[in-house]
Structure formats: structure tokens, C-alpha cells
Design a protein around this ligand. Sequence first.
Ligand code: C5P
Length: 240
Amino acid sequence: MDNKPIIALDFSTQKEVSQFLSAFPDQQLNLKVGMELFYQQGPSIIYSLKEAGHDVFLDIKLHDIPTTVKKAMTGIARLGVDMINVHAAGGKKMMEEAREGLEIGTPANERRPLLLAVTQLTSTSEEMLRQEQRCEYTMAQSVLHYTGLAHDAQADGVVCSAHEAASIKKKLGDGFLRVTPGIRLNTEMRDDQQRVATPAMAREFGATHIVVGRTVTQSLNPVDAYLEVLHQWKGEQPII
Ligand code: C5P
């Protein structure tokens, strides 16, 4: 998957997806299929996006016992997705088995889907970390800890907020992917996200990929919003 912004297709029907994508004719896009869409449309949505030439990040954040995750990943690799994720909180062994499952399921001559680990959700605040997870560490410490675990388990990278990308890059080098959601053109528009950043900030902080949802999908003009995100991400002057 190249480093174009990944658009989160947070819709529930194929019709909404087709309507949204019709505004981007002839463009090869990086698309994210999350729980909302996948649990309603199933594998057929993946096949149709791949057939149309797009790259697909299947964001269903697996978190279960290692054997179950391994078997699930074997099937997921057969779907032909380009990127998939698990919760790092599932543990090192679970992440190792996830990778093994992907290797087993990847058809000959195809590329294994990249394996990402979610560290802490971008909707989690420092306060939630302490009060709800009873975690004694700071967000930065917790994210770095999970990142190390994911790296040891041979995942390809992590999902993190832009704010943690720099320290992860410093700790593990440029090759370990830093995929960051919580992207906003205006950081005051947080919705349910806590740790947001603009595409330009994400680039400066060292993200390798950004995930953009509502900023594009709920915009009155999704194509303009996407282009603005793309320009900022590539370090060009804003176009509006
Ligand atoms: O609309 P918004 O840009 O906030 O959407 C972010 C997308 O990224 C959603 O699909 C959400 O599920 C996903 N995501 C996230 N935080 C993570 C992992 C995935 O927001 N840690």
C-alpha cells in the first residue's frame, strides 16, 4: 500500500460506498473497510473494491486467543486485503500467530497483507487510561510499550495517534509503519476522537500513513476535502 491518505469507508451499505466512490472516477485509492461495513457486507465488499483496483486496509482490530486469531488471519489473507490489524493488548503471542496465519493464507505469488497493531485507540484520553484501564503509565509510555511488543512480534507497524509517531520513529526507525487516524483539517472538530492532528502535523510528526474518515466522507464536497488532505499530507500549500 503506498502512502496516499487512507479513506475510512465508514458506511453500512454497498450503495453508499458506490455513491461515495462515484465522485472519484478512475482514481486508485487507499480505502479502509471497518467493522460497520464489513460486518454488514462481508467479503463481497473487499472483492468489489479490489476488483476496482483499490488498495484495502481491513480495520477489524482482532483481539482473541492466539489460535483463533491465527485461523481468522488465514482466511483474511485469502480475501486479498493489503493491510489488517489486531489490538496489541492481545499480547505478543497473539500478534506472532496473527502474522503466521497471514503467511499461511497468502496465495502463492501474492504479497502478504501488512500487519498492524493498535496501541491505544485515538478516542482514548489520558484520563480514560488511568480511570478505566487502571493503567499507571502515561499515554506515551503505554503506546511505546505496545509498540515494542508489536515490533518484537514482527508486526509491520502500529496504529497510533500522530502525537506518538515521532517517538515511535525514534525508537524503532523509519521502517516500522506508523498509521495515524484522528486526522482533521481543523483540530477543533474532534467528534469522538481525543488525540487529533492535521495532515500537515501528522507528516511533521513522522506518520507513514494517515487515515481520514469523516473529514472526507461527511464533507459537502468529499473530492475537495480529499485533495486538501492530500496536499497538506504531501507538504504542499493549502488549496483553499
Ligand atoms: O472519522 P474519523 O476520521 O475520526 O475516522 C477514523 C477512522 O479510523 C474510523 O474508521 C476509526 O474506526 C478508525 N480508527 C481510529 N482509531 C484507531 C484505529 C482506527 O479512529 N486507533
